[in-house]
Design a protein around this ligand. Sequence first.
Ligand SMILES: [Fe+2]
Length: 226
Amino acid sequence: MGVEIRESPVSEDEFAAMERFVHDYLEASVQSEDKGGRMRWYPWHSADYRFNHIRNVIKLSGKIASQEGANTDVTRVAALFHDIAKLEVDQDIHAEEGARIAREYLEIQTDYPSSFVEQVCSAIEDHSYQREITDLPLEARCLIEADILDKIGANGAALMLLRMGYESRTHMDSAEMVERVLERGIEAKKRVRSQTAKDIADRRLKRVRWFKEWLEMEIAGIDTSE
Ligand SMILES: [Fe+2]
């Protein structure tokens, strides 16, 4: 009563249909390529990893968007499509190509207003922007911050340990590898600007720091003398 509730143009069913489209697109990208072309055994290069990363970015960007006053529908749909082309084209054009695929899908499969489609596609295109993020619209900033945050924390540490296994390294190297995750996380955190993203980054970095300390405390083979 008296409070205007903005109708979200994106229903749960529509979002789920878009998720299936992105999932299947990633699977098909991997299946259609020549064997051995890229290191698919690498934890970061599989369709499974990429889809899961996208789900993490949807959740994180939605949270940042709602707390920072950005349009959550634009942000979440942009997050869903942002890496759709990642397994198919080179890194330096994946954002642009992702925007093209999203535009095609949204224009053909949905009835969203063209202003909505434009905002989503420009956020996708902007997500590989390497300079100061405050130059960009709020929705693109939320997406970039979420993309950064997914590399920081326990998730990043677990992937690094998985990589060690593929490289036949032992757990005695684990603290050193987790330290690397921590250093990269500290570096990455310097790019985030919103208070919401900074707080999430701090929580995640703390977990990694603890994990590294616990490894050093428990594993005799780790040399902690500097
Ligand atoms: Fe990403």
